[in-house]
Write a protein that binds this ligand. Structure first.
Ligand code: SF4
Length: 376
């Protein structure tokens, strides 16, 4: 068995705490995403799988995409992290003929819960037929009474560069997608490819194709570009400024600079965990450097600070209208929440399990393959 990995703290905790205190004082708006334990308006009570649960609001539902291996092979891909407690990784499960019937049963059990659709996992657009059927299933659930706040797709863009790209875009328009979070970790094509390692024959790897896809998507939905900070990628205020200049020219409305999630000791020391430790660029330090660098941030205005249940982010606005977000997350905090007995996240996996976290076989709320799923 691999040994637990040890990690350097992403930034001295006291520095980050001081920065957060300063931002709380400066931000015109602070959003608390995690409900207080006694705030009855922020909890939804649900009986599912024969047990009573409290669901934190807002809560998102992810039908974890894993019908094919991803079109990219990012060295930092969190889907390749493995925990000490072990289980079949979600990324290895493939949907079978009963997948959509099981998804329908999971959604029926959630009727009455206000949700957001959060379409992530591996790459949703790599299997257009699967994605189109997924959208049909989710729309049917909405017609059956599931109330949806946001509909969000997380994508590397690959499927939009293939023949069915326009079909997918139109289907997402009909689905009333709220926004798309499009991963691109450097504006230079070759530098990005060194980070994302798209498979041979993926047109999205090239800068010109990506820019064309981005322009097409930006005509249809708000596009939020996601850039993971890392050595070899964006790591200095000058890098940030160059990326923002490119994003603005390409029609993106938002750029999210995200630090690699901070891992806890529950993860095995595999190649992905080692990469995350070695290539990490602390967001708090970079944000402070950007705020101190007039050439980068002279026109920025702070809009809000969000403190989530395992992440925090700062939203700023440039004079040109681009929204800029700096974000970091902490898996130790996420795991503490998920172990609390309350439900903060809903994920449906290809093995038919509806879970309150990202690991099939753990925190199972409902197994749709069980002979008689209990509900109510
Ligand atoms: S695009 Fe996303 S899912 Fe695919 S390898 Fe990269 S991080 Fe993983």
């Amino acid at each position: 068995m691999d040994a637990p990995v040890s990690f350097h703290p992403p930034a001295p905790a006291s520095d980050e705490a001081a920065l957060l205190d300063a931002l709380r004082a400066r931000a015109p708006r602070i959003v608390h995403r995690a409900p207080d334990a006694d705030d009855g308006t922020r909890w939804h009570r649900l009986r599912i799988g024969g047990r009573d649960w409290r669901l934190a609001r807002p809560i998102s539902f992810t039908p974890y995409a894993s019908s094919r291996p991803c079109s990219a092979r990012c060295a930092f891909c969190s889907e390749n992290l493995r925990t000490e407690r072990g289980s079949v990784p979600a990324a290895r499960l493939r949907p079978d003929a009963g997948y959509f019937a099981g998804l329908g049963r999971a959604l029926a059990a959630l009727r009455g819960v206000p949700l957001s659709w959060s379409l992530s996992g591996l790459e949703n657009t790599d299997d257009p037929a699967w994605l189109l059927q997924l959208l049909d299933t989710l729309r049917a659930a909405e017609r059956d009474g599931i109330a949806i706040e946001d509909r969000v797709l997380y994508s590397n863009g690959a499927g939009f560069a293939h023949a069915q790209g326009a079909v997918l875009r139109d289907a997402l328009l009909q689905f009333r997608l709220s926004w798309i979070e499009l991963s691109r970790h450097h504006h230079d094509g070759a530098t990005n490819q060194a980070l994302m390692r798209f498979r041979a024959g993926e047109p999205i790897a090239g800068r010109a194709v990506f820019e064309r896809v981005l322009a097409t998507l930006a005509e249809a939905f708000p596009v939020r570009l996601v850039c993971l900070l890392q050595l070899g990628g964006v790591r200095t205020p000058q890098d940030v400024a160059a990326y923002l200049g490119w994003a603005r020219a390409q029609g993106a409305g938002t750029v999210i600079f995200r630090e690699f999630s901070e891992l806890d000791a529950g993860y095995r020391d595999n190649a992905t965990a080692r990469y995350l430790g070695a290539a990490r660029v602390p967001m708090a330090a970079l944000l402070q450097a950007c705020l101190a660098d007039a050439a980068t941030s002279a026109e920025w205005e702070i809009e809000s600070l969000t403190e989530g249940y395992y992440f925090w982010n700062l939203r700023l606005r440039t004079r040109g209208g681009l929204q800029v977000v700096f974000e970091r997350s902490d898996y130790a905090a996420m795991h503490r929440r998920h172990a609390s007995g309350d439900v903060y996240k809903l994920v449906y996996f290809a093995n038919g399990q509806l879970c309150a976290g990202w690991e099939p076989g753990h925190d199972v709320l409902l197994d749709t393959r069980a002979a008689e799923p209990a509900h109510g």
